[in-house]
Design a binder for this molecule. Structure first.
Ligand SMILES: *Cc1c(COP(=O)(O)O)cnc(C)c1O
Length: 471
């Protein structure tokens, strides 16, 4: 390689790795080897710049440049965040928080040996997830169930199991060829799985006879995909799960529903929400397989849950890819506690699924009065700070690609700082410990209390006090 002529002088003025190491701070106690690596990389960049004819920066400038990178790297470490956005299932914030019981089960199972694949009765090898699968089947009214890495994986596995080279056509409505977000497009998932698309109907209208006319010797299955993250209004219509199940039965074809959100409870009974189809309803309508996410409205860890016909579930589990996409012990432990919360709530006197002790359901159902009481307390404890603080009316939503029309009335604490911008205050809070994320509206930084746990109110207040006290 030939370099442009470099002045030895300028290379000699590069900041020394040792000197930078002594001066740089790491707020997250970065291991020394990581820090050294970052310092060397930064000095290398400066060397290349110098070789390209650029003046090396003065030491303080070089240090500031390095410090910025170290700080950003520290912040990217996964850690708890206080979510004051009002979005209950925020994909960027990890979707559903686990219940204390689920988190404790994860801790217990993960920190000790366990019977993940060990049959305690016989002492032989056991089946992974057997208890969980049994409970999921009961909770959804299905004859069988299994779990995989996430709902996207579940759909891939279903398509692979139900299609063959001779019969690989999947009939789907044009209005359901959706993008779920994060690069998950139903048509692309189908192609990856080796299935071919047979689109029917128009974007807004599709009838049972559209599906019927498309059925041929190549047809492998009928697929319905839930429009999780948008809705259509106006001149629309499509057959429901029962009608498609009936058509599938007549032609001996499996009918599958990718439900996405997977609310076991009646969403309209938990909060001022529309009714979201439950897996139980889809199974009762005669659909052969239903898949949904573990960390959306189900309120558990990231997983893909598949429920339905035992022979189809068995076929899915035989695929070598199922092995590659299987859930680990921690996910199984968390899912197990989550489904048990529903099952226990179902059988209690006068109780229902909606009473399951899960953080997601508690937040959805929190009454405005209790949110207002908390807001009053927070506003009171922020008195005397350089900001106008008031209680506002907000709207929470389920988010995370679920129930696009959801809007639940909520209560906010609105902060309008007098000596810094709303954006600057927001940035300070994001950089704090724990980080807090809120939203900006009407010139205020607004904290929606529905998604803040009551036990986080003290941390929230303390963080606001310190962020507003700094000049
Ligand atoms: C969210 C969603 C998925 C993807 O689920 P992940 O668990 O995130 O993989 C698939 N299909 C539908 C309809 C969804 O809403």
């Amino acid at each position: 390689m030939s370099h442009p002529p470099t002045s030895q002088e300028s290379l000699r003025r590069l900041p020394a790795v040792e000197k930078l190491m002594q001066a740089v701070r790491s707020d997250c106690a970065l291991p020394r080897v990581v820090l050294t690596c970052m310092v060397r990389a930064e000095v290398n960049v400066m060397r290349e710049e110098a070789q390209a004819g650029k003046e090396p920066p003065e030491f303080p400038v070089a240090l500031a440049r390095l410090q910025k990178k170290v700080d950003a790297f520290c912040l990217s470490r996964i850690q708890p965040v206080i979510n004051a956005t009002g979005v209950l299932l925020h994909t960027n914030l990890g979707r559903a928080p686990l219940s204390a019981a689920a988190a404790e089960a994860v801790r217990q199972v993960a920190s000790q040996y366990n019977n993940l694949e060990f049959d305690l009765e016989t002492g032989d090898r056991g089946k992974r997830g057997r208890f969980l699968e049994g409970c999921l089947a009961v909770a959804t009214g299905a004859k069988a169930a299994t779990v995989t890495n996430n709902c996207a994986a579940a759909l891939v596995l279903i398509l692979r199991a139900l299609t063959t080279p001779e019969r690989k056509e999947v009939i789907i409505s044009r209005g359901q060829l959706v993008e779920i977000g994060g690069g998950f497009r139903v048509p692309e998932i189908m192609e990856t799985s080796g299935a071919t698309l047979r689109e029917v109907g128009a974007t807004n209208k599709v009838s049972v006879s559209d599906y019927r006319k498309a059925i041929g010797p190549q047809t492998a299955m009928l697929l319905r995909v839930h429009r999780s993250n948008f809705y259509m209004e106006g001149f629309i219509g499509e057959p429901g799960p029962a009608e498609l199940a009936e058509l599938g039965r007549l032609h001996g074809l499996p009918v599958v529903e990718d439900l996405g959100s997977g609310a076991l409870m009646q969403t309209d009974r938990v909060a001022a929400l529309e009714h979201e189809m439950t897996p139980q309803e889809i199974i009762a309508a005669g659909v052969d397989l239903v898949c949904f996410s573990g960390d959306k409205l189900f309120g558990g860890p990231q997983a893909g849950i598949i429920v339905g016909r035992p022979d189809l579930i068995a076929a899915i589990k035989k695929d070598p890819l199922f092995r590659a996409l299987r859930c680990d012990k921690m996910v199984i432990a968390a899912l197990q506690e989550t489904v048990l919360a529903y099952l226990h709530a179902m059988q209690g006197e006068g109780q229902s699924l909606e009473a399951a002790p899960l953080p997601l359901l508690r937040m959805l159902a929190a009454p405005l009065e209790s949110l207002t009481t908390r807001a009053e307390r927070i506003v009171h404890s922020l008195e005397g700070l350089p900001a106008a603080v008031s209680i506002g009316r907000g709207t929470s939503c389920t988010g995370g690609g679920t129930m696009p029309r959801s809007s639940i009335p909520s209560v906010t604490v609105d902060v309008r700082p007098t000596h810094l911008t709303v954006a600057a205050l927001g940035a300070r809070l994001r950089l704090g410990s724990p980080p807090i994320t809120a939203y900006v509206a009407e010139d205020a930084l607004r904290f929606d209390l529905r998604t803040v746990f009551a036990e986080q109110d003290t941390s929230l207040t303390a963080a606001l006090r310190s962020a507003l006290s700094l000049s």
